[in-house]
Design a protein around this ligand. Sequence first.
Ligand SMILES: Cc1cc2nc3c(=O)[nH]c(=O)nc-3n(C[C@H](O)[C@H](O)[C@H](O)COP(=O)(O)O)c2cc1C
Length: 302
Amino acid sequence: MDLSLNIADGLMLNNPVMNASGTFAYGREFSEIFDLSIMGALIPKALSLGPRQGNPAPRIVEAPCGLINSIGLENIGVDAFLKRELPFLKGFKVPIIANFFGESFEEYIECASRLTVDGINALEMNVSCPNVKSGGLEFGRDKKVLSDLVRMVKDKTTKPIIVKLPPIGGDIVELALAAQKAGADALTCANTFPAMAIDEETWKPTLANYVGGLSGPAIKPIALRFVWDIHTKVDIPIIASGGISSYRDVIQFLLAGASAVQVGSMSLRDPLCFKEIIEGLRAYMALHHIESINDIVGKLRS
Ligand SMILES: Cc1cc2nc3c(=O)[nH]c(=O)nc-3n(C[C@H](O)[C@H](O)[C@H](O)COP(=O)(O)O)c2cc1C
């Protein structure tokens, strides 16, 4: 049985299961619980040019079948990551995908260029970040802005570029096509969904930031639909993200056209879920006599 797959040049995975950025920090805590070398790839927390403190607390709240977060992209910054965390992560001999963002075109470009180093196999662009110079509209909401951004970043790096699409704001298929045309090597579908929680006793918003992003099983059927919609239109690999919690979910996303998956919220509830999911995939393939994981991708029957 072969669980390996190729996302792009330089991004060959031993299996299709990665963590999602933001629910795994820089991997240190998880590495105390299981061997990170079992993972298909490792994706540290989103990186910006300089360190960021993020939003004030409370910044995470449970929701029915998921959670709402407004972390505000807290991170240690690109340079501290390269110096302190990358050497540690490289030890696991698993591809590393650096998730990054900026508040301007220049910041995205500078981050991409600094992250173009040995030991980083690909860059995942988080485009759900406000473009401060253009009135705060998210980069990923407009296909012209998105394609300009992808093109400029692509020019600055030799690493494969994965564009992580926002789930709402524009037509996600149009955004996917724009990213592909601009040179994206793969897509992650999708980021969290805009959401809110209110405390009916205090009459106040539960999150200090008022609003946040919904993740977890609550968004899975919508993410599945997006993957299917995009798969029928684009030629580049799709990495699914949204509520994936079991090997069954992975199979469903592969059938819809994803080549690989990311697991986020579920790993906060059960940090060992990655192991279970990978073992579940292997058992499923043995039971169904499937030789290669690639034989499942996009094979939804009518
Ligand atoms: C606490 C938290 C922090 C997150 N931080 C990031 C981030 O830094 N960069 C990013 O691209 N996505 C971030 N996300 C989105 C996840 O990577 C993932 O796309 C999303 O949660 C959907 O997957 P899930 O339902 O498996 O959690 C974050 C999600 C959560 C719950």
